[in-house]
Ligand binder design. Structure first.
Ligand code: HEC
Ligand code: HEC
Ligand code: HEC
Ligand code: HEC
Ligand code: HEC
Ligand code: HEC
Length: 499
């Protein structure tokens, strides 16, 4: 009995023996475990598609390690202070004696807790890793920043394709790039230093070969695809005007259908490179084509001499035409035409096309301000009309899906390169003004209206049932554009034509 205090004083337990330090040690061990686990995933290439794995393994796990160490030190410090103040109470510190039932009980539960914690931190970090790869994380965590792209994405053909499939793809090199840019993006959002709108095109976006072509097979034969565009003029009667075209998409492989069409020329037969003078790649004065047999032809627009620096030349791929496959912002003109065609806006309301487009084209500071003005404007113009409530809902819906004032994002900041009506699109090169030195049969890039599509019907009512199999010349509904030498986008810009 009298020996006990002496023994205790001799074998005075270390200051580290306390519950706080022990908890710290377990947190630290969990963090080291998660770190090793995430790093192993990283090295094995399992996390290649995830730019945020780096944040988890090199930032979050170490933060927990530090927390564990701090807890450990704090426990030791408190223990040390307690002993100095109260030297007699040495055996209050942790001493485990398995012959005591209470100690056995505590130890059992402590071990169970520690194991559960280690397991949770492993599954937790694994789940977090998956979460950062998800559409929800990419599209919604940085809410305002990504909202335009996210909303447009949810309304597009790729709504089921994860952001990472197009924006990161697989492979170690791009993974590292994405990791660095992911960190940079988190920094930009935290410090509120991001561009509004987010600039387009995305610099250094991964080539389509390694993203789009993982799902889409360039050799696929699509043949001619019918597209029907229904428009309404901005007169009082909202006169309808429809164009039915067969777009000659074609295909890329003689083994799977006749070689020809848009995809054949652009993707398989020729390698096409170009130089643009603006960041949005809308002005293209220089185009180089390398044919399958190695012949090189350079097309220059009038006024451009010489060749651009090699590093500013871009090789054309899917995204130079399909630049908005997942994030298309409709123009007011296009969106109102669609809503009228679908009956969401009553086409018998006088001049509703013009009114709705006018209201949508104005600048608003916030969505709330826009909604107020849209419903106010329509109510003032059509008081008591039967179609009014539906028209308000439809126009507000158009605004919510396509206009993002907080990010300065809409159709005009992010033009679509397919077609040539509201922006130059194909006519960036096929404008009849890009010529090759030396002449020859293909001295000018094709601008023949039938090289990309055939118009099979146009107009309204009975006109639309009279199909022309050879293709009709386009009959412009209001002005005679024949021989004017103007591009469609010289007049059309997605708004009403006279403002
Ligand atoms: C089908 C492929 C695809 C998917 C899926 C996709 N994107 Fe994109 N994204 C693109 C292309 C192509 C561009 C335009 C690139 C260019 O013109 O260089 C783009 C551009 C962007 C831009 C730059 C701004 C702009 O509008 O051009 C952001 C931001 C963006 N995407 C975010 C997302 C988010 C968030 C998701 C998931 C919710 C997503 N993307 C899903 C293909 C895709
Ligand atoms: C993960 C697979 C996947 C990837 C990657 C992908 N797509 Fe798609 N894409 C699809 C699917 C599936 C559809 C068909 C959707 C449907 O018809 O419902 C589609 C449809 C399309 C269409 C037809 C759109 C329409 O409105 O009918 C185009 C054009 C297209 N993709 C271009 C691209 C481009 C360009 C890229 C690269 C930036 C790309 N896709 C990347 C799976 C993918
Ligand atoms: C020279 C421009 C151009 C290039 C380059 C291009 N496309 Fe297209 N593609 C078109 C046009 C024009 C259409 C017709 C549909 C439209 O207007 O949206 C189309 C249609 C499609 C369709 C829909 C076909 C269907 O059956 O309805 C898919 C899918 C597609 N392209 C994928 C791709 C992929 C993948 C690439 C890259 C390997 C690519 N395109 C490259 C211009 C292009
Ligand atoms: C960067 C410049 C550029 C852009 C943009 C571009 N093209 Fe082309 N296109 C070319 C070149 C170069 C050729 C090859 C011309 C030749 O065969 O001599 C070509 C050829 C074609 C051909 C074959 C024409 C023929 O001679 O019969 C079609 C069809 C075509 N392009 C469709 C499109 C469509 C549709 C778009 C828009 C979605 C588009 N192109 C956008 C550069 C461009
Ligand atoms: C380089 C290829 C190319 C050439 C040349 C071309 N177009 Fe087009 N055109 C397109 C594409 C691509 C679309 C969009 C097809 C779609 O998405 O439905 C289009 C769409 C159209 C539309 C429908 C627009 C709408 O929204 O209703 C008309 C009308 C049209 N073109 C007329 C012409 C006329 C007239 C010419 C000759 C001056 C011409 N095109 C030359 C590629 C071309
Ligand atoms: C000189 C200016 C001018 C040129 C060039 C021009 N348009 Fe138009 N276009 C107009 C005007 C003005 C209207 C009537 C707009 C309205 O009533 O809302 C119109 C109406 C249209 C419409 C029906 C309604 C609408 O606004 O969508 C289509 C489709 C159209 N144009 C296609 C084209 C195509 C395709 C080209 C190029 C081949 C072209 N236009 C070139 C001025 C022009």
């Amino acid at each position: 009995m009298s020996d006990a205090p002496v023994a205790a004083a001799l074998k005075r337990p270390s200051v580290w023996h306390n519950w706080i330090s022990l908890t710290g040690a377990i947190i630290a061990a969990g963090a080291v475990f998660s770190f090793l686990f995430l790093t192993a995933m990283d090295l094995l290439g399992l996390g290649e598609k995830n730019p945020y794995l780096g944040i988890l393994s090199y930032m979050v796990a170490p933060a927990f390690l530090i927390l564990g160490i701090v807890l450990g030190l704090a426990g030791a410090f408190l223990q040390h202070r307690q002993r100095r103040r109260n030297p007699g109470a040495a055996h209050q510190s942790l001493s485990i004696d398995l012959s005591r039932p209470r100690d056995r009980w505590i130890l059992t539960w402590f071990s169970v807790g520690a194991m559960a914690f280690a397991l949770l931190s492993a599954t937790g970090s694994y789940q977090t890793y998956h979460y950062t790869e998800s559409v929800q994380f990419c599209g919604q965590v940085c809410h305002t920043v990504m909202q335009p792209e996210f909303v447009a994405y949810e309304n597009g053909a790729h709504a089921r394709v994860a952001c990472a499939e197009c924006h990161i793809g697989s492979g170690a090199a791009w993974y590292v790039k994405a990791k660095i840019s992911g960190l940079h993006q988190v920094y930009a959002v935290l410090t509120n230093k991001y561009d509004r709108p987010i600039p387009t095109p995305v610099q250094n976006l991964r080539p389509a070969r390694e993203t789009c072509e993982q799902c889409h097979w360039p050799e696929k034969y699509s043949g001619s695809v019918e597209h029907i565009h229904t428009h309404y003029l901005s007169d009082d009667k909202n006169t309808p005007f429809t164009v039915r075209l067969l777009v000659n998409v074609g295909g890329g492989s003689p083994a799977h259908g006749p070689a020809g069409g848009i995809h054949w020329h652009m993707l398989i037969q020729n390698k096409i490179e170009y130089f643009a003078t603006d960041p949005q790649r809308q002005t293209i004065p220089w185009v180089r084509m390398t044919a399958a047999d190695g012949r090189v032809t350079i097309y220059r627009s009038s006024g451009f001499k010489g060749d651009p620096a090699p590093e500013s030349i871009r090789r054309m791929d899917c995204m130079d035409c399909h630049n908005r496959p997942a994030h298309k912002f409709q123009s007011p003109d296009e969106a109102v035409d669609e809503a009228m065609y679908l009956g969401r806006i009553d086409a018998s309301l006088p001049a509703v096309k013009r009114t709705a487009v006018d209201l949508l084209t104005r600048k608003y500071a916030t969505q709330a301000a826009a909604f107020q003005s849209l419903s106010g404007g329509l109510s003032a113009k059509y008081p008591g009309a039967r179609g009014l409530p539906a028209a308000i809902t439809a126009v507000e819906g158009i605004y919510a899906r396509n206009f993002f004032p907080e990010m300065n994002t809409d159709w005009s900041s992010h033009p679509d390169n397919i077609g040539h009506l509201d922006s130059q699109g194909c006519f960036r090169c096929h404008d009849g003004k890009h010529t090759a030195a030396g002449g020859g049969p293909k001295a000018t890039l094709a601008m023949d209206c039938n090289s990309c599509h055939t118009i099979i019907a146009q107009g309204s009512g009975a006109d639309l049932t009279r199909l022309s199999s050879l293709g009709a010349a386009f009959k412009h509904p209001t002005v005679d554009i024949e021989g004017m030498g103007m591009l469609c986008s010289d007049c059309h810009n997605g708004k009403n034509q006279d403002n």
